[in-house]
Design a protein around this ligand. Structure first.
Ligand code: AMP
Length: 440
């Protein structure tokens, strides 16, 4: 079915054409009629499915014209997402006079205040900065007709829920509410029950599935050889642009420094960087100035960069959901991408959790010609600043920071699972060690 059949307004259809879209994606096909009809909606779809347009297009069609009153509020967990979603609204609205504004922290107040004074129809905001403006009277929510809560699971993770509830309660009761969350655990269901009325549920595919246009693989390696393997993978892979994920900000900086010393052009994205640095990193990565971007999970959530050909998980993500989100950075909107995960024996439990979460086994590969050391090399003690994290991980999943040698990768403990450690017999073989699915 073409976009034309969906009853979107004429200027919005022209905006879609200018964006180069020809056919709606499955979530767009299902969500657009609901949103156009004024109903509430809970949407869960894997990342890269076209979720933003699924709500932006019908909302813009309903707004029709500029009124200088804020009628639409979209809440996003991160600055990058707020900027990206506002850009999508702005682009789709290019043949209308509807005014949009991104409101987020880390930048000065001057430009945002000036735009607010002129009046805007759509605000896409992160909760903290929005609250500043609500409290000083620069924004009031009395004219809100449509409230969009995007990436609610991430807002919960980031501790935004109290402020999000406060914002919801300041919007008029008579409104349309659209709610997007990759997962809907009980805390999120409670917010949905409080915020929505008779919502239609739109689920595209299994929440947990990875986009099947992505080929993904595990690369088992000794802890001490992770960086060397990363460099070797970059050397041997025919890539356009690569997103490398680190668990920590400090780790991201370190990987970036080392890659630069190997003559890669590298950008870094994490929460300790200033807003201007983040904007420069993203713009440079999008334009091709940087071939590699090293990022942490929160900073990279929802980043939409066309043409990310490879995602490399330098560190295995802590939460299985983050695996799906990271991998979703490549293969967006049906393009094909590759996703590699470097795994050490210490990661066995995390990999089992990820495989259970996504309901599939990730194939293990070995890079031809790489001088693999035996796995099970003891991990060096964590530097002082990282010890808290090590302890936290230890509590969650056994002794992650401990030496992997000695059978079971130091992981025989708390989860009651079969210890799966390095399979020494296979050092020279195809697969280094196995990640079996856990029962139960
Ligand atoms: P999203 O899931 O909203 O982050 O969108 C993922 C990517 O898909 C973005 O690059 C969009 O521009 C692109 N996209 C969204 N809808 C369509 C469509 N109908 N046709 C082609 N590309 C699309």
């Amino acid at each position: 079915m073409p976009f034309k059949a969906l009853q979107l307004s004429e200027p919005v259809l022209r905006g879609i054409q200018a964006a180069g879209y020809t056919d709606p994606t499955p979530i767009q096909l299902r969500a657009i009629p609901v949103v156009l009809g004024g109903g509430d909606l809970i949407g869960s779809a894997q990342t890269g499915t076209g979720k933003t347009a699924a709500f932006a297009l019908p909302i813009l069609s309903r707004l029709d014209k500029n009124t200088n009153r804020t009628r639409v509020l979209v809440l996003e967990p991160t600055r990058e997402l707020a900027a990206q979603v506002e850009t999508a609204f702005h682009d789709f609205a290019r043949f209308t006079d509807i005014r949009t504004l991104a409101v987020f922290g880390g930048v000065g107040y001057g430009h945002q205040r000036a735009e607010l004074r002129k009046g805007v129809d759509v605000i896409v905001a992160t909760p903290g900065r929005l609250m500043d403006y609500i409290q000083d009277g620069s924004i009031n929510l009395r004219d809100i007709q449509v409230l969009v809560l995007d990436e609610v699971d991430r807002m919960l993770d980031m501790g935004f829920l109290p402020v999000v509830k406060d914002i919801i309660s300041r919007c008029p009761r008579e409104r349309q509410t659209l709610f997007f969350s990759a997962t809907v655990p009980p805390e999120i269901q409670a917010v949905a029950s409080f915020a929505l009325r008779n919502p239609t549920r739109v689920e595209i595919g299994a929440n947990r599935s990875v986009n099947n246009s992505i080929k993904h693989a595990l690369y088992p390696v000794a802890y001490d050889q992770k960086f060397d393997l990363l460099v070797a993978l970059l050397e041997k892979t025919d890539f356009d642009s690569v997103l490398v994920f680190s668990r920590t900000k400090h780790g991201a900086d370190k990987i970036a420094r080392r890659l630069k010393s190997q003559n890669h052009s590298v950008a870094v994205l994490h929460a300790n960087r200033s807003q201007n640095q983040r904007i420069e990193a993203l713009a440079g990565f999008k334009s091709g100035k940087y071939e590699v971007m090293v990022a942490t999970d929160i900073a990279a959530r929802g980043i939409d960069v066309a043409g990310v050909s490879h995602v490399i998980n330098y560190d295995v993500p802590e939460n299985p959901e983050d695996y799906v989100h990271r991998i979703g950075r490549t293969g967006r909107a049906q393009a094909v991408g590759d996703a590699f995960t470097l795994v050490t024996p210490e990661n066995a439990d995390d990999i089992r959790d990820i495989q259970r979460f996504i309901g599939q086994k990730i194939p293990e590969l070995r890079l031809e010609g790489f001088p693999y050391q035996p796995f099970g090399v003891a991990r060096p003690p964590a530097p002082r600043g990282q010890q808290r994290q090590g302890q936290r991980q230890g509590q969650r999943g056994g002794n992650r920071a401990g030496p992997a040698a000695g059978g079971g990768g130091g992981r025989s403990g708390s989860r009651g699972s079969n210890p799966v450690g390095p399979d020494r017999d296979k050092q020279g073989g195809k697969v280094g060690f196995r990640f079996r699915g856990r029962r139960g």
